[in-house]
Design a protein around this ligand. Structure first.
Ligand code: ZN
Ligand code: ZN
Length: 106
């Protein structure tokens, strides 16, 4: 098996530098894999509906263009997200005020 120094398979020499080199490569791959799946706080990545800039869920206003990302429910006046279709507090249907397609017919 591999104890035979100079064992060849498919033209590749498994003896000498190849086995420790492969071992180091596996170690590096494991380290990179561990770095990739490090525990990070997964923040929902949202984009501004106006300028498509990156905004966070906690933002009230887009820092890039000033577009309001949250607004008050016209029914209960609670602060709701701009992309919510319904108010979770009073079940009021939200019209898309942030879209530039004009006033929706209701
Ligand atoms: Zn924006
Ligand atoms: Zn409401």
């Amino acid at each position: 098996m591999f104890c035979n120094y100079g064992f060849s398979w498919g033209g590749w020499h498994f003896g000498g530098w190849f086995m420790p080199g492969l071992f180091i490569l596996i170690i590096i791959a494991i380290i990179l894999w561990q770095m990739q799946k490090r525990p990070t706080v997964v923040a929902p990545h949202l984009s501004c509906p106006k300028c498509s800039g990156s905004v966070q869920a906690s933002y009230f206003r887009c820092p890039h263009c000033g577009e309001a990302l949250k607004h008050n429910c016209p029914n209960c006046s609670r602060i709701i997200e701009y992309d919510w279709q319904f108010c979770p507090y009073c079940n009021e249907h939200q019209t898309q005020q942030t879209s530039a397609s004009g006033a929706p017919a209701k």
